[in-house]
Design a protein around this ligand. Structure first.
Ligand code: SF4
Ligand code: SF4
Length: 442
């Protein structure tokens, strides 16, 4: 039931736009309810509509024309964290995340047709994230703000109070911005000293390179140290994950096409990524091209080469560090690493290979921390509740919480700050990089 918007009067009803939720995804739900106990929103509110099973049912009903696309469907679709915990336990393999994203695409189309646009979202999704030059300008402005004393002035004069509380909290935990984005600072090609095991192009990302460019630099060093020739394609852009989450699938497709072209030209064995959310999005590029066989095939080829950095290091055979790094840590499983990409073992193998590292598991390490893209900005209460639970689960006495996603790093930095704790928040590759650096210290 694809709508030709040029000939039909606009209406906010069922899924009548292209790229709608697919029957083969929602029809496999057997209503068993195994997903209920892992769903953070169902656990918090006890409302079936805000459970995976409920969301799938609402989406199916809308797709079959039994329900209109109104707030009774839109609200549960947007309260979903897209954490995919339900997919890990679902015996039928229901792709709840993909269904929710496709349903959001329908909402995005319907709202656009009704002139109901959020100018701020539009600015970020279309005006900033797809444009690397503007992202770099933001990075420079934040760095100037931090280094020039403006931040101190803003905080001391109370001018920050004009910002919404959640934006104020996030401003408080933005890391010190480093010397430059890795995409500019790193050489175009880095060659390992010994035998070359593989070639990989580093996907530098947007949030990762704006706020955590040090992690990108550490990732490149760790790959080179392990025999991987690293390429850094300068023309790459943001992966489009935020656009997919928000339902702007047309923009996400444009961004995916650009990246597919850029990384095809790189001619490497692998595409290495250190951000779980971006990694999942890159691996799911084929989902965006159901109706376009030529691009679908190119997306399949592209995605087959994508590896999370921990997956890549295990696959090529990493070299365990030799120097001691006495440190007690705990590990937080980012949702898009453990649930979306099924990567749990690899980061732990790397971390426990470091002599002196004592990995103490936290309970429910794979429960969402509340970051979930921009969920902590759009649904601060739920995100705050999940963050509190995550911080409660951190084992006593650890020195660092380690993870593999920049969104989680920001969110957990906020948790540490709120509790006034002396805990480091680190990416998995930073621990390895630190250990390798110690080998070089006489
Ligand atoms: S676990 Fe899967 S099949 Fe069972 S109710 Fe949930 S989504 Fe449906
Ligand atoms: S993705 Fe997460 S929040 Fe959404 S339905 Fe599944 S478990 Fe619940």
């Amino acid at each position: 039931m694809v709508k030709d918007s040029s000939s039909m009067a606009p209406r906010l009803s069922d899924f009548c736009y292209p790229d709608a939720p697919e029957e083969d995804k929602y029809s496999v739900c057997v209503h068993c309810g195994f997903c209920l106990e892992v769903c953070p929103t169902y656990q918090a509110w006890g409302d079936e509509n805000h459970s995976p099973r409920g969301r799938v049912f609402l989406i199916k009903s809308c797709a079959e024309g039994e329900l209109p696309l109104d707030e009774s469907v839109i609200d549960p679709v947007f309260t979903c964290l897209d954490c995919r915990a339900c997919e890990t336990v679902c015996p039928s393999g229901v792709q709840v995340g993909a269904l929710v994203e496709e349903a959001r695409g329908q909402v995005f189309h319907a709202r656009r047709e009704h002139g109901d646009r959020d100018p701020l979202m539009r600015l970020f999704l279309r005006g900033i994230f797809p444009r690397p030059g503007r992202l770099k300008t933001i990075r420079r402005l934040v760095r100037f703000y931090q280094k020039s004393g403006l931040r101190t002035l803003a905080r001391s004069t109370g001018v920050m109070r004009v910002l919404p509380p959640q934006a104020r909290e996030m401003e408080d935990v933005i890391p010190e911005i480093g010397r430059g984005p890795a995409i500019d600072v790193l050489p175009t090609v880095m060659v390992p000293k010994g035998a070359r095991k593989a070639t990989a192009a580093l996907f530098t990302g947007c949030v990762m390179d704006v706020f955590f460019s040090d992690v990108n630099e550490a990732t490149a060093r760790v790959m080179v140290r392990n025999g991987v020739e690293v390429h850094v394609p300068r023309e790459q852009i943001c992966c489009g994950a935020l656009q997919v989450h928000a339902g702007d699938r047309d923009m996400a497709r444009e961004m995916a096409k650009k990246n597919i072209e850029v990384f095809e030209r790189a001619g490497v064995d692998y595409i290495a990524i250190n951000a779980a959310g971006c990694g999942a999005a890159l691996k799911e590029y084929p989902e965006l091209f159901h109706d376009d066989p030529a691009w679908h095939e190119r997306a399949v080829q592209f995605s087959a080469r994508v590896r999370d950095i921990t997956q890549l290091l295990v696959e090529v055979g990493f070299d365990p560090p030799k120097a001691e790094l006495p440190m007690s840590i705990t590990y937080h499983d980012a949702c898009h690493l453990c649930h979306a990409q099924k990567i749990r073992r690899e980061p732990r193998s790397l971390l426990t290979s470091v002599p002196g590292v004592d990995l103490r598991e936290m309970p429910d390490s794979d429960r969402c921390c509340g970051s979930a893209g921009i969920y902590n900005l759009t649904h601060p209460d739920m995100a705050g509740e999940l963050l509190e639970r995550k911080m409660d689960d951190v084992p006593e006495g650890v020195e660092a919480i380690v993870m593999g996603n920049p969104g989680c790093m920001m969110q957990i930095r906020l948790g540490v700050k709120k509790r006034n704790q002396q805990l480091r928040v680190m990416h998995t590759v930073e621990v390895l990089d630190l250990a390798y650096q110690r080998e070089e210290t006489p």
